[in-house]
Ligand binder design. Sequence first.
Ligand SMILES: [Zn+2]
Length: 372
Amino acid sequence: MKATKLILWILFVSITLHAQKKKTTATVTTPQGVNYLFNDSHFHLTNYIQEGITAQRFLEIMGDKVGRSTLFGIPLQQQWSYQNSGNYAPTYYLQSDAPLYYYSFTDAYIAMQYMALTKEQQARFDPMITGFNPADMYAAKHIERVLKTFPGVFSGIGEFSIHKEFVSAKVAGEVASLTNPALDTLLDFAGKVGLAVIFHNDMDMPMAKDKTEPVYLDQMKALLRRHPGTTIIWAHVGLGRIVHPVGYGSSTTGERTSTHVDIADEILSDPTLSHVYFDISWDEVAKYIVATPNTIERTAALFNKYPDRILFGTDVVAPPDQKFYTAVYDMYTPLWNALTKETSEKIRIGNYNKLFDNARKKVRAWEKLNVK
Ligand SMILES: [Zn+2]
């Protein structure tokens, strides 16, 4: 009798545990009834030489795994300079000393890709404007012109970059900065229209030594506070390939008191920054977050505390197939398992829907009033 009871009890516990496990990464049913894993808040259809895949091909790659996605290119063209590399044609910014320059036609390419889709297919995309120079006081004028040329298409601006390791220093012309009024002009305009903003800005300078605060943190917070009416997604939580999480390895230097999680917590808890969100896109970011049980635990605790302020994204550029495309999502499995079901759903699906549905509505309303 005792043995039977024991077996029954073990059976009961394992069923409950299994149900628990299944619950945390449950896919979310969307209106179309498909159980998608995630929406992608950060996706590049084309690369640094403006080549990539079509939106139609991307839909095939999304398949029944990805519900909705942002759609943008890369606003910078890597110049192929014959003097510099002869017949060798660079396709990435680390493959040539030749400069990068702003490439505005990317917006027309993205708009035409979107307009070639059916209404039903278009509903899964949020195209973004990127083809402007953020150091140009006329940048907002470019965005307005694109909206008036392609009404009914765009939901936001970005990803655009100010401080980006290896890239910013290669851009031809005036170097963009967080204190340049041109940036305020374009963020003001984005707020007025309702465009969601995806903003790449490294929080720190990789090689800068003997500093207590990340180099760009104060300037960035001051900029964000100047635009409370603009929805801003800070890409990659301000991290990069060699822009490590703050406090990374500080145990050796012992200088720093706060870590990246502390700084993110400070920003997310600050009422003057309630219009700011973070995306956790890019496999370089995933590497930091799932590095150790401690980083997973600390990140999960932060995200469970602010479930409405974090968005998942891949930051993948023109993927060849679905396996390659969803690899970043799979890298985050330890994080998905460490989050509550609600937080996981919001980061993977809900927050995207909230931000981009809101942006779509506002931008269409602005177009109704401003596009003849
Ligand atoms: Zn990106």
